[in-house]
Structure formats: C-alpha cells, structure tokens
Design a protein around this ligand. Structure first.
Ligand code: ADP
Ligand code: ASP
Ligand code: MG
Length: 370
C-alpha cells in the first residue's frame, strides 16, 4: 500500500496531469494499493493569496482557508477525471469529506485524526482515492489548511493513518540534492538522507519538503521517497539514522533569503530579561529563529540580536513599541535584508575544520558574515 503525492509542479498543466495519471496507472497495475495526494496546480495558491490581499491585507483567516483550499479541489478533480479516462476506478476526496480532522488553527492547522473507513472500502473495491492535499476540517466544521507546502504533511499523515508501506513524494527535481538546483547547477542527488538531516535541511530553507512533514515522518517512522515525476529514476530515501554513512562530512547546504534581523542595544544583563523580551512573540504567532547575545564586557549591558521572517518584521517592531515601558534597552536597530546559509551533515561532529572551510568560502566571495 503506497501513498503517492504529486506537488504543484507535477500537476502544473493538463499534459502534466495526464502524465501523472499514467504514473498512477502503472503503479496500480504493479499490484499496489494506491492512495494519491495532490497539490494545487503550480502557481494556483499564490494567485489566490494575491486575490485575498487585494481585498484586504488582513483577510479573515477562516475565509482565506476556504479560498486557498479551492486550488486542490481543482487539481484533485482533474486528476481523478484523467485516471478514470484511462479506464481505472478513481474518485476525488476533499479533506472535509474524509474527514481529515484538524484543530482550529486556521492557515496552519495540525491534523488530529483521519477517518479511514470510506477510503479503505473504496480501495477494497479496486478504486484509487485521489485526496486533495493541504486541507482539513476544524473542530467547528470549517475548512482549514495546513500551512504552505502542506500537501507534504497530508501525504505523510495519510501514510501514518493508513499504515502504508511507503510514502512517495513526486516533485520537479530528481530527489533531495546537496543544495537547491535552482541556485547551483552542480547540486548532486543524495541517495539516502537521515530524518534528522532532512529535518534540518527543510527547517533551514530547502523547500522540497515541508519541515513539519519531515518531523512527522521521523516520529512515526514513515519511510519517504522523494523523486521526480518526470523520470523513472530512483530519488532520495529519507530514513532512520542507523542506516546513514557518517564518513560524509557535509550532506547539504540550505539557505533562506527572506529573513530580517533585529538588535536590541544596551539590554540590562540579568536573569529574566531575555524571557521578558521574547514572551509576547508566541502569543502573536511570530517565530524567532536565531538568537545571539553578546558578552557584556562591562558586566552590565549586552546586545541581543535575533532573526524573524521578513514578513514579521513590522509586527515585531510594533510589539516592541507597545511593550516599551516593560523592557529595558537603549535602542533598537533592524535590517530587513539578511540571508541565512546553513551547512548540514551528521558527519560534522567527528570531522574538525568545517567551520573554517565555510567561512573561507564566504570570504573568497567577498560575503560579509553577520
Ligand atoms: P512541489 O510542487 O513538488 O511541492 P516544491 O517547489 O515545493 O515542489 O519543491 C521543489 C523545489 O524545491 C525544487 O524545484 C527546488 O528548486 C527546491 N529545492 C530547494 N532546496 C532543494 C534541495 N536541497 N534539493 C532539492 N530541491 C530543492
Ligand atoms: N498548494 C499549497 C501551497 O502552495 C500546498 C502545497 O503545494 O503543498 O502551499
Ligand atoms: Mg512543495
């Protein structure tokens, strides 16, 4: 029993949808029970977000989820139609029809439970369910979505609830590569990567797999195979660490280009201050990424620097403005044009000299390190 997940790039046009239908047919004819998860057609979700932004910058989050989930309704019906046209029994399922039950965190919900009975019955009758990824239904019966790239999470969670043998993520690249091939042509395919390393790659910017989906596959030991929808070649297997080769020092390089940096200058150096600074962030749904505190050379004052997503910078500055009277610092400075480059590799613990090589590579390219 397999989960086959097709990303937006794999169903970006009618021809591509027909190609995907043929992949499904082939895997079905090999004797597998198949559950398909599909993303919206390439660009569809971004277009819908643009539309909502042109109505309001503060578009209601519950209505946003209704809007954004429509992309997957289109692709799942088109793909089901294409599979049926090849003479195979198939049908589309929206999240609410299954149902895929989530909490009420609109726009980035967590899946609580997936009902399996109807889909299992359909499979036992020889059918192929085509599930709309990225969506579910909340505890108050409203449509939810799982955050950008969330079809990966739908796929891994379906694999868990249906106890499938494997979860195959079909995309537009040949697997997980040493870095984003869109940035560097010399990027090479990694045949096997540990859940831990993949989780780091994903969290540090490699968008080929959504980070929470990697975390869930690790927690529930779901084997994942990331591969190309446009070639038959094997891709990358994400697997547990015991199967990994530790002689390789660096597995991959990830980056994010949409970060912003904030520095609080002259913060009093005593216990409890950092907690007070960061307390309001959770409540306001702002994720802090890196935090650096300089040594208080005079023993009294220090600088605290942290990064957030660029889109959260304004909200962050407003938060400090609002809480000014509780926080003790001299001034605040910020930079909204910073990038983060990360090297990932389980082998680094046993191999000295990696930091030097990374810094000298950046130095050679005249890139200043913040
Ligand atoms: P899908 O539509 O299949 O969900 P995504 O656009 O979400 O596809 O993810 C695939 C893209 O991820 C690739 O086209 C590639 O540019 C990007 N990417 C970033 N880092 C990596 C990496 N280390 N390996 C492979 N792809 C990567
Ligand atoms: N269509 C959604 C998005 O673009 C989910 C996905 O593609 O995984 O974020
Ligand atoms: Mg994706």
């Amino acid at each position: 029993r397999l989960v086959l997940k097709f990303g937006g790039t794999s169903v970006g046009s009618i021809e591509k949808i027909q190609k995907v239908a043929n992949i499904i047919k082939k895997r079905h004819e090999e004797g597998n029970e198949i559950i398909v998860i599909v993303s919206a057609m390439f660009g569809a979700t971004n277009d819908l977000i643009k539309k909502s932004n042109s109505i309001s910058k503060n578009f209601d989050s519950k209505e946003l989820d209704v809007l954004l989930s429509s992309g997957e309704q289109v692709s799942s019906s088109l793909l089901s139609g294409a599979v049926i046209d090849l003479g195979i029994k198939a049908r589309s399922w929206m999240g609410w029809q299954i149902p895929i039950l989530t909490n009420n965190n609109y726009t980035s919900s967590q899946i609580l439970k997936i009902e399996t009975s109807n889909i299992l019955k359909f499979i036992s009758e020889g059918g192929i369910p085509i599930i709309a990824g990225f969506q579910g239904i909340s505890l108050e019966d409203r449509i939810t979505t799982l955050g950008r790239g969330g079809s990966d999470l739908s796929a891994v969670t379906v694999a868990k609830f249906f106890e499938t043998d494997s979860c195959e993520i079909y995309t537009d690249v040949e697997g997980i590569l040493t870095t984003d091939p869109a940035i560097h042509k010399k990027a090479k395919k990694i045949n096997k990567i540990s859940y831990e390393e993949m989780l780091e790659m994903a969290s540090l910017g490699a968008k080929v797999m959504q980070p929470i989906s990697v975390q869930d596959s690790m927690t529930h030991d779901v084997p994942v195979h990331v591969r190309s929808a446009f070639s038959e070649k094997a891709g990358t297997i994400i697997t547990s660490q015991s199967e990994i080769d530790y002689t390789k020092v660096v597995t991959g390089i990830a980056y994010s280009k949409n970060d912003a940096k904030v520095t609080l200058v002259g913060v009093v150096d005593k216990p409890g201050i950092a907690a007070a600074i960061f307390e309001p962030f959770g409540k306001n749904n702002i994720n802090i990424d890196m935090v650096i505190q300089t040594a208080a050379s005079d023993g009294k004052k220090t600088d605290v620097t942290f990064t957030v997503k660029r889109e959260d910078l304004l909200k962050t500055l407003k938060l400090f403005e609002k809480n000014k009277q509780y926080l003790n610092y001299q001034k605040i400075i910020h930079d909204d044009k910073v990038s983060k480059v990360s090297i990932i590799g389980a082998g680094m613990v046993a191999n000295p000299g990696v930091v030097y090589r990374m810094f000298s590579a950046l130095g050679t390219e005249q890139i200043n390190i913040l």
